[in-house]
Design a protein around this ligand. Structure first.
Ligand SMILES: Cc1cc2nc3c(=O)[nH]c(=O)nc-3n(C[C@H](O)[C@H](O)[C@H](O)COP(=O)(O)O)c2cc1C
Length: 171
């Protein structure tokens, strides 16, 4: 698959087959995140893998959706605010941006491997922290569900047109 095809094929998968993800594929997805760029190359992240059935069960209350429970793997992408780059001009913390790039790398690698993902940010962060014994300086940025999609076809992408989003030269 070309990168263009991978980008077009990716969508938020909210229905998964009851089929485990092979260790080798999981490691490839995680490695794609590891290879992502980050501000000053600080790599201020940890990727927590939850796939043990008991631990997954405990996550049902973190994000309460039937489809989410179906996914065989959760990757919780956590930002480390003690390691992230803060811009001198305004002290903007770039941890979220770095984490988002790592997540996007994972979503695209998943496609190459025949897997599907869904970003989840609308979850109970306090519960997530508690279940993972997360240190205070870390932030759970997103949960990525990962597994084999139940449906093969990519739904039509509803997107603004290029004209709507591109500004040439200046506002
Ligand atoms: C930062 C971010 C947070 C998201 N949070 C959720 C979420 O909590 N639950 C969910 O079902 N989808 C979530 N999504 C998926 C979006 O709804 C989805 O990407 C968007 O509607 C575009 O659809 P597509 O991914 O199928 O192309 C999130 C996506 C992003 C990028």
């Amino acid at each position: 698959m070309t990168l263009q095809e991978i980008i077009e094929k990716r969508y938020s998968v909210r229905s998964y087959l009851d089929k485990p993800v092979e260790e080798e594929k999981l490691l490839k997805v995680l490695n794609a995140g590891r290879l992502a760029p980050s501000a000053v190359n600080f790599q201020p992240w940890k990727f927590v893998v939850v796939k043990d059935s008991e631990n997954k069960k405990a996550f049902e209350s973190v994000y309460h959706r039937d489809w989410f429970n179906q996914a065989p793997v959760y990757i919780i992408i956590c930002a480390d605010h003690t390691q992230s780059w803060k811009r001198a001009a305004d002290e903007k913390d770039h941890a979220d941006i770095d984490a988002a790039i790592a997540i996007d790398h994972m979503t695209l690698m998943a496609i190459e491997l025949g897997l599907g993902t869904c970003w989840v940010c609308n979850f109970y962060t306090d519960q997530c922290r508690e279940k993972l014994n997360m240190p205070e300086h870390m932030e759970p940025v997103a949960i990525l569900s990962l597994g084999y999609p139940a449906n093969e076809t990519t739904p039509n992408k509803k997107r603004k047109s290029l004209d709507d989003v591109v500004i040439w030269e200046s506002f």
